[in-house]
Design a protein around this ligand. Structure first.
Ligand code: ADP
Length: 327
């Protein structure tokens, strides 16, 4: 399989801060690769390194070339912080950015692909945060790239907007577009990514398919039993070889497969224990994240995080304006 992106021994320091620490990574053609990790883990810096918008130590190739040498028509970038000119309409912005490339997608197609056809003639500054982000996704897609870097593409977008953007990204992926995206939404990553890399303190500490990461780091499935007789329930379940631990009004049973749920319920009934509900859950990427980083997501998917949008200099790939610190 051809590699769209290869990084070997990539490091980036800002003064004393090691933002990216000796990262090796490869992304295959047509793969969707999700980068996750806590704030400050180095996701944005790594995306910037891969897109040639920040100099780094180590080797990076994109379609076999240095990131700065690769044909701009083939690559799309949605930076985390990107504010196009505010007094242009969504349509004018897509037109403008499309004009920076040798060939560009039809403006109306892009607007409808990102769900902005109805508001196409509104000034960017009058759009909601979610609509603005959709326009920015449209800008990243305007050159019909075969490799797309998206740094937190759906942050600030409402649930319906996220669903439609996910569908759009799935369509692009099905059509062969390689996508590298960062996200704080495990739902998003689990839905879109073929493989996931978890960055922590600049290091890539785990890489694999969602299923592989969940198998290795997600822990076991759990049955949570809501009962006021927790101690008696634990005794009965333990006697029946279930791994039960008590809470104040609940019992957690680890490693219960779906077919064993009925067995556990039968044990409770036989022992005369009353319970309110049985809730079974499989481990997910959230559990992987919690296990590896020690951090649970704030507010579920942490999708409510505000998008920082300092003014940017427009550029074909939406290069960020953030100032480089000490190299
Ligand atoms: P993430 O995207 O995972 O939140 P970043 O790549 O933005 O992480 O940041 C990684 C580390 O590098 C952080 O400690 C951050 O403060 C630092 N950093 C990022 N960009 C700069 C910069 N331009 N100047 C100085 N420090 C930076």
């Amino acid at each position: 399989m051809n590699e769209a992106v290869v990084a070997a021994g990539v490091s980036k320091r800002y003064g004393e801060t090691v933002a990216v620490d000796d990262v090796d990574l490869s992304v295959a053609d047509s793969e969707v690769f999700g980068l996750i990790g806590p704030n400050g883990a180095g996701k944005t810096t790594l995306v910037r390194a891969l897109t040639g918008t920040t100099p780094v130590d180590g080797e990076i190739t994109v379609h076999g070339e240095a990131p700065t040498a690769v044909d701009a028509d083939r690559v799309g970038l949605l930076p985390q912080s990107f504010s196009p000119p505010a007094r242009l309409t969504a349509r004018e912005l897509i037109d403008y950015y499309g004009g920076l490339y040798a060939t560009a997608r039809d403006t109306d197609d892009v607007l409808s692909a990102v769900g902005m056809a109805a508001a196409a003639d509104s000034w960017y500054e009058t759009l909601s945060g979610g609509q603005q982000r959709r326009v920015c996704v449209g800008i990243a897609l305007v050159n019909d790239p075969d490799l797309l870097f998206l740094d937190e593409p759906t942050t600030g977008i409402d649930p319906a907007g996220r669903q439609s953007l996910w569908s759009l990204l799935e369509e692009l992926a099905d059509g062969g577009t390689t996508i590298v995206l960062t996200s704080h939404s495990m739902t998003e990553i689990q839905r879109l990514a073929d493989r996931v890399g978890l960055l922590q303190d600049g290091r890539l500490v785990a890489v694999g398919t969602p299923a592989e990461l969940i198998d290795s780091h997600g822990g076991e499935s759990q049955l949570v039993i809501d009962t006021d007789q927790a101690a008696a329930a634990v005794d009965a379940l333990t006697d029946a070889d279930f791994a039960a631990t008590p809470g104040s009004t609940e019992v957690v049973v680890d490693g219960v497969s779906p077919v064993e749920i009925g067995d556990a319920a039968a044990v409770l009934s036989t022992a005369g224990i009353e319970y309110g509900s049985l809730a079974w859950s499989e481990p997910s990427l959230d559990d992987v994240y919690l296990q590896l980083t020690g951090e649970a997501f704030a507010a579920g998917d942490a999708d409510s995080t505000a998008v920082a949008t300092p003014p940017d200099t427009p550029s074909p790939t939406g290069t960020e304006s953030r100032q480089e610190g000490a190299q």
